[in-house]
Design a protein around this ligand. Structure first.
Ligand code: HEM
Length: 441
C-alpha cells in the first residue's frame, strides 16, 4: 500500500490539536495520583472503583484526547477533506470530553448516579459531534487509501464502545432498571482497547511509519486482512465468550495482531533513515509489548486453566491490560507526540513563511521546537514506568513507587508539549510581525 500523498491545504490551525495534546498528560498524571492514593491495592483488581476510574482517566482522558485531537489533523491530511468548521467545533468537542471524563471518573469512583448521568450527557455531546463530523468525512468516497479503511473500522468500534459504556453507566446509575451491566464489561473493554485503540494506531501507523521513517509501505493485503480480521473477531467476541467460535475469534484477532506487529518490526528494520530516532524505538518497544499482551489475552480466552510462570493466576488479565495500555498504546502515543508536535508546528509556520519569504529566517528547525533529546528522555522514563507497573501487578508492595513513576512520566510529557507550544507561539508571533510590516508584502 502506497501512503497517500498528503493534502496539507485542508489542515485546520495548529491550536485545534494542540489543546488536546496539552490536556491529555494532565489526565494521565491524575491516573497516577489515583493509584498513589490506593497504595498497595493499586493494580490488584479490575473491579475496584478506583481502578475503573483510573482506567478512564487513561483511556478517555489521555488516549482518546490525543487521538481525537490528532484525527482533526490526520483525516484531512489523508484525503478525507477538510473537517467542516473544525476550528469552532474542536473547542466544543474538547470541552465536552474534558468535562465528561471528569464526571465519569467521579461517577465510577463513587458509583454515583448524578455524576454518571452528567457524564453521559457531556460525552454524548463530545463524541456525537465528533463522530457525526468525521463519519460524514470519511465514509464518503474520497482519495483516502487503506489507512482510512482501518480508521473507519476504528470509528465503528468507538461507537460500539461508547454505546455499551453508556448502557452500563445507565445500569449503575439506575439499579431499578435491572440492567446486568457486568455482562457487558468485556465487550466494552474489547471494542475500546482491541478495536478503537488498536485499529486506530494501526491505521495511523500505515501512513506515518513509511512517511516519517522512510520504510517500504505496508502491503495492501496486510492492511485489509488485519483490519477485517480484528474487526470481525471483536464482533464475534462481543456476543460469545465461551464457545468454540469465541476461541476461533480470539485466535484470529491474536494472529492478526501478531502479523501487524511483526510486519511493523520488519519494515522498521528495512528503513532507509538509519538513525535510532526515539519514535522508531517507541514503535519497536510497543510492538514487542503488544505481542506479549496479545499472547496473554489469547491464553486467558483459550487456555484459562494454564499458568504463566511468575504471574499470580488472578493477575494475568491485569498484566495483559497494563502491557497493552502502558507498554503498547501509551508508548506509541508518546513516540508520536515527540515526532508529530514538532512536525505540525514546523509545517504550520513554514506554510506562512512560504507566502512571506522575508519571514523564512524566523522559521525554527523541528529539532529546536522539540529536541530528539527531550523525546528520548521521555521514552526512557516511560520504559522505567512500564517496568514499574508490570512489577507492581506481580508484587503489590511496589505499587506506590510505580504510581509515582506514572505521575512523573506524564508530567514530563506535559513539560515537553508545553515547551514546544511556547516555542511555536514565539515563532508564530515573530512571523506575524513580519506579516504585518508593509515591507514584507
Ligand atoms: C474510548 C473509550 C473507552 C475505553 C477505551 C474504555 C475502556 C474500558 C475498560 C478497559 C473497562 C474495563 C475496566 C476493567 O475491567 O477494569 C471499562 C469499564 C467501564 N466503562 Fe469504559 N471505556 C471507554 C469509554 C467509556 C464511556 C464513554 C463510558 C460511559 C459513558 C464508559 C463506561 C464504563 C463503565 C460503566 C465501566 C465499568 C463496568 C463495570 O463496572 O463492570 N466507558 N471501560
Amino acid at each position: 500500500m502506497k501512503p497517500v500523498p498528503l493534502a496539507l491545504d485542508d489542515i485546520p490551525p495548529f491550536r485545534v490539536p494542540l489543546r488536546f495534546y496539552l490536556t491529555a498528560p494532565v489526565f494521565g498524571a491524575a491516573a497516577g495520583v489515583m493509584w498513589l492514593s490506593q497504595g498497595e491495592f493499586a493494580f490488584q483488581s479490575r473491579w475496584m472503583n478506583g481502578t475503573l476510574a483510573a482506567t478512564h482517566l487513561l483511556t478517555l482522558g489521555f488516549l482518546a484526547m490525543v487521538m481525537l485531537g490528532s484525527l482533526f489533523q490526520v483525516v484531512p491530511v489523508l484525503g478525507g477533506g477538510a473537517i467542516p468548521a473544525a476550528r469552532r467545533i474542536a473547542p466544543l468537542v474538547h470541552a465536552g470530553l474534558v468535562a465528561g471524563t471528569v464526571c465519569l471518573v467521579i461517577g465510577l469512583d463513587g458509583f454515583s448516579p448524578g455524576w454518571l448521568g452528567a457524564a453521559l450527557v457531556l460525552l454524548a455531546i463530545a463524541f456525537g459531534t465528533f463522530v457525526a463530523l468525521l463519519a460524514w468525512r470519511i465514509l464518503r468516497p474520497s482519495r483516502g487509501g487503506d489507512a482510512l479503511f482501518t480508521i473507519r473500522l476504528a470509528l465503528l468500534c468507538l461507537i460500539a464502545t461508547i454505546v455499551i459504556g453508556g448502557w452500563m453507566a445507565i445500569g449503575i446509575a439506575r439499579p431499578e432498571a435491572g440492567i446486568r451491566f457486568r455482562d457487558w464489561t468485556d465487550a466494552h473493554a474489547s471494542f475500546g482497547l482491541g478495536g478503537w485503540v488498536l485499529l486506530l494506531i494501526m491505521g495511523v501507523g500505515y501512513q506515518v511509519v513509511p512517511m516519517f521513517h522512510v520504510t517500504p509501505p505496508f502491503p495492501s493485503w496486510l492492511v485489509r486482512g488485519v483490519g477485517s480480521t480484528v474487526f470481525a473477531g471483536l464482533c464475534v467476541l462481543g456476543v460469545t465468550r465461551d464457545s468454540p467460535l469465541a476461541t476461533l475469534a480470539a485466535t484470529g484477532v491474536t494472529l492478526a495482531g501478531l502479523v501487524w506487529a511483526i510486519g511493523l518490526l520488519v519494515l522498521l528494520s528495512r528503513r532507509r533513515r538509519r538513525r535510532a530516532e526515539p519514535a522508531v524505538r517507541a514503535w519497536q518497544f510497543a510492538a514487542v509489548a503488544l505481542v506479549i499482551a496479545l499472547l496473554l489475552t489469547w491464553k486467558i480466552v483459550c487456555l484459562p486453566d494454564s499458568l504463566v510462570p511468575g504471574v499470580p493466576a488472578h493477575q494475568t488479565g491485569m498484566l495483559a491490560a497494563v502491557l497493552f495500555g502502558f507498554g503498547f498504546a501509551i508508548t506509541v502515543v508518546f513516540g508520536m507526540l515527540g515526532k508529530i508536535v514538532p512536525f505540525l508546528s514546523f509545517t504550520h509556520l513554514q506554510r506562512r513563511c512560504l507566502v512571506r519569504p522575508a519571514a523564512i529566517p524566523l522559521l525554527p528547525a523541528m529539532n529546536r521546537i522539540l529536541s530528539d533529546r527531550a523525546a528520548r528522555w521521555q521514552l526512557r522514563l516511560h520504559w522505567v514506568a512500564v517496568l514499574g507497573v508490570v512489577l507492581a501487578v506481580c508484587w503489590p508492595p511496589s505499587a506506590p513507587w510505580a504510581a509515582g513513576l506514572v505521575v512523573l512520566d506524564f508530567a514530563h510529557c506535559f513539560v515537553n508539549v508545553a515547551t514546544a507550544a511556547v516555542r511555536y507561539r514565539r515563532a508564530s508571533l515573530a512571523i506575524s510581525g513580519v506579516e504585518a510590516s508593509p515591507a514584507a508584502t
